[in-house]
Design a protein around this ligand. Structure first.
Ligand code: GLN
Ligand code: ZN
Length: 718
């Protein structure tokens, strides 16, 4: 049996991608040096792929595949790299959205009023006469774009398909690797029709097409197999068994790319079980084995990762997943020695803490309900907090300067004592408090200087979660994070954040927000054990956060923010599964805050997802205040709030913090004015759309100054 792999991380083992692109942005690298470095990185990827029989080419991008193809199809022009990066992070950058149910963010092309035409990219992404060129399929491309009305969808897909066909012919590609992850969504009959037409167009080129689906089951596999393509990639890992069931009913001489190695989670493959599955498929199809989702969701390799010994024996990162494909071939050929050794670690059980199990088992319905109800709380909190109209605040983090990162690293390496480190962090907190006081913000934050990352930090403080040290994954552009690994029952290992928040509060009369990452976000941005339902893992984390909040109250903290930016992203791709998912995600959030005092104000924060569709679930979380991103979506969310009877307070992000651009008072005002048509002014907060850790103080201070000017102006106008 042959092997195939795709989506291998572009990041590089030592985050070379980040260094190169950011080096170019900072003017340290010339265009030539950047492109040479990128080519070298691509060559290293080829090297990794040498373990398998086949793989695509043209998988490199300087920022994101969607924006590349948006330029290719003439939706935007980028004649130079400068212009290209303007689209990614400039003042008029494309919107950013989470890619399906992952933490990768893509740039959203906008079709509004655009005429398509084939155009050049400012760098050589695809090579002429490539043997197997990578491309995002026309259906997924249009489906993920904005500015396409329902009645235009069909035409737009056809247009994109026609351009794709022309492009691949002109480039004389030998074959095509086409990604169509959108096929894992719930599709209408018409959409299947459009799909068929698009692939007939591609088939017209005579260039063989292999179409890859992933991120779950396909509702209509039979129809998929009727498309005029040569091969079909299917996810046989995260499909709940649905895809295999359907494959049993299908007869086809197409090539099946059987996705049997996990591209999303780190657990080692149970090779012998997988081999059984494959034996069944082998006689039915012309089968090639492959990964079940692109490998870029995983760190490059586990070598050098700082994991506990027993955990290391259970995991595999991208490089090792390629090896798993080989091991599967060996097993199928009756050679089992290496495979047996590989699966040995799977026998080690996941960690268990009886105390935690009992606490979760004892939870009753009332443990998820906060009392009194919101209107009464609103009254009490108004009294207690005495905030002005249009209160101003930030989302939590302040710039993580070179120095902050350097000192944190020194501590990590043990080159700085805990005491000296604490003194440094206290110094940073004090500076941040002073700056906020001087600016005149109403609700302050401590700045999160002690946190390398909003999930990793908590992972380090909780039992049952391991951090990897070097397991980097791209979340957008050049931005990386290290997903921790949840491999045991979770429990708080002493106070996690109280020291820092309490210190910040001791410096000011204004309220300082206690800052926590919510259970669903911790789950979404980690690799999670699969032997326990996610609901249970979420409740374990929620209980740890609940204990932390109880400690906040003892310290005199009056406002607590529980961030859940990933609550939308983690939602299943199929809406019919939402009820079950949101049931636990919402309850886990409520469990965190259900026993706080009425006067303690609970905030949450969300960003960079399509929230309109989940408003009804967001409401059930029963917070007092929500801050939500609204700049890149130009306030689309406002319309959604209009439709429901939303009685909570809202801080609509007025400043897109992913861009170094400092917005003017007028620009921010535009967003607010639109929102105020829908949201009563008594309920309106003024804040940026996300944390400021990636920005520099030189941008933060003037932008916040404008933000406060805006709030003062609004107060006057009232
Ligand atoms: N409190 C976090 C911060 O300010 C929230 C970040 C996020 O939503 N991604 O960094
Ligand atoms: Zn955010």
């Amino acid at each position: 049996m042959k092997t195939y792999a795709y989506g291998f991380p572009r990041l590089g083992k030592n985050r070379e991608f980040k260094r190169l692109v950011e080096g170019f942005w900072d003017g340290k690298l010339s265009e030539k040096e950047l492109l040479k470095g990128i080519e070298e990185l691509d060559r290293k990827r080829e090297e990794a792929y040498s373990k398998v029989d086949g793989h695509p080419t043209g998988e490199m991008t300087l920022y994101d595949h969607m924006v590349d193809q948006a330029v290719l199809f003439g939706l935007y022009t980028a004649k130079s790299l400068q212009e290209y990066f303007e689209l990614c992070r400039g003042k008029n950058a494309l919107h950013m959205r989470k890619w399906f149910n992952t933490n990768y963010h893509y740039l959203v092309p906008d079709f509004t009023g655009k005429e398509l035409s084939l155009s050049d990219l400012p760098y050589p992404k695809w090579k002429r006469r490539s043997s197997n060129a990578y491309i995002i399929g026309p259906f997924t491309f249009v489906k993920l774009s904005r500015g396409v009305k329902e009645e235009e969808f069909k035409e737009r897909v056809k247009e994109v398909a026609a351009l794709t066909a022309r492009f691949v012919k002109e480039m004389e590609f030998k074959s095509l690797h086409v990604d169509e992850p959108a096929l894992a969504l719930e599709l209408s009959k018409e959409e299947w029709e459009v799909l068929k037409e698009a692939y007939e167009e591609l088939a017209g080129t005579g260039i063989p097409v292999n179409l890859f689906t992933y991120y779950g089951s396909i509702d209509n596999l039979k129809e998929l197999f009727e498309l005029p393509v040569k091969g079909i990639g299917i996810d046989l890992i995260h499909d709940g068994g649905e895809n295999l069931k359907q494959l049993r009913e299908i007869e086809s001489d197409k090539r099946l790319f059987a996705g049997v190695v996990d591209g999303r989670n780190v657990w080692r493959n149970d090779l012998f079980k997988t081999a059984e599955k494959l034996k069944e498929l082998k006689w039915k199809f012309n089968t090639v084995i492959t990964n079940a989702a692109p490998l870029f969701h995983l760190p490059v390799s586990f070598s050098g990762a700082t994991l506990p010994e027993e955990l290391l024996k259970k995991v595999a990162f991208a490089q090792e997943k390629l090896e798993e494909l080989n091991l599967l071939v060996e097993v199928l050929e009756g050679e089992t020695e290496r495979a047996e050794e590989w699966v040995e670690g799977l026998k080690i059980p996941f960690g268990r803490i009886e105390r935690v199990r009992e606490r979760v088992a004892a939870l009753k319905e009332e443990d998820f309900i906060r009392k009194p109800a919101y209107p009464e709380r609103e009254r009490v909190q108004k009294e207690a907090l005495k905030l002005p109209l249009f209160p101003t605040t930030t989302i939590g983090s302040f710039p993580q300067t070179e120095e902050v990162r350097r000192i944190r690293l020194l501590r990590k390496k043990g080159k700085l004592s805990q005491e000296d480190y604490d003194t440094f962090i206290r110094g940073e907190i004090a500076k941040a408090i002073q700056i906020q006081e001087e600016l005149g913000l109403d609700v302050l934050v401590h700045g999160e200087f002690e946190r390398s990352d909003m999930v990793e930090y908590f992972a380090e403080k909780m039992k049952g979660i391991a951090t990897t040290g070097n397991g980097w994954v791209i979340s957008y552009g050049t931005r990386c994070y290290r997903p921790p690994i949840i491999y045991g029952d979770v429990e708080r290992d002493g106070q996690m954040t109280v020291k820092e928040i309490g210190f910040a509060q001791s410096l000011t009369q204004k309220p300082v927000k206690g800052m926590l990452t919510g259970p669903t976000t911790i789950i979404a941005w980690s690799f999670v054990r699969e032997d326990l339902p996610l609901r249970e893992v979420a409740y374990q984390i929620a209980l740890a956060l609940k204990d932390e909040i109880a400690d906040y109250e003892k310290e005199g903290i009056k406002i607590v923010q529980i961030d859940e930016p990933a609550i939308r992203e983690k939602a299943p791709l199929k809406k019919r599964e939402w009820k079950e998912y949101f049931d636990w995600a919402v309850k886990a959030f409520r469990l965190c805050h259900s026993s706080v005092k009425p006067e303690t104000q609970i905030h949450t924060h969300m960003c960079y997802s399509e929230f309109s569709e989940i408003i009804e679930y967001i409401l059930l979380m029963d917070f007092d205040v929500i801050s939500i991103e609204a700049t890149r979506s130009k306030g689309d969310i406002v319309e959604a709030f209009e439709k429901v009877n939303f009685d909570r307070q809202i801080g609509l992000g007025v400043w897109d913090i992913h861009s170094p651009y400092v917005p003017s008072v007028e620009e921010m005002e535009e967003i607010v004015k639109r929102a105020l048509r829908v949201i009563p002014k008594e309920k309106f907060w003024v804040n940026p759309d996300c944390g400021l850790k990636t920005r520099r103080w030189e941008e933060v201070i003037p932008a916040l100054r404008n933000l406060i000017k805006l709030a003062l102006k609004l107060r006057e106008e009232k």
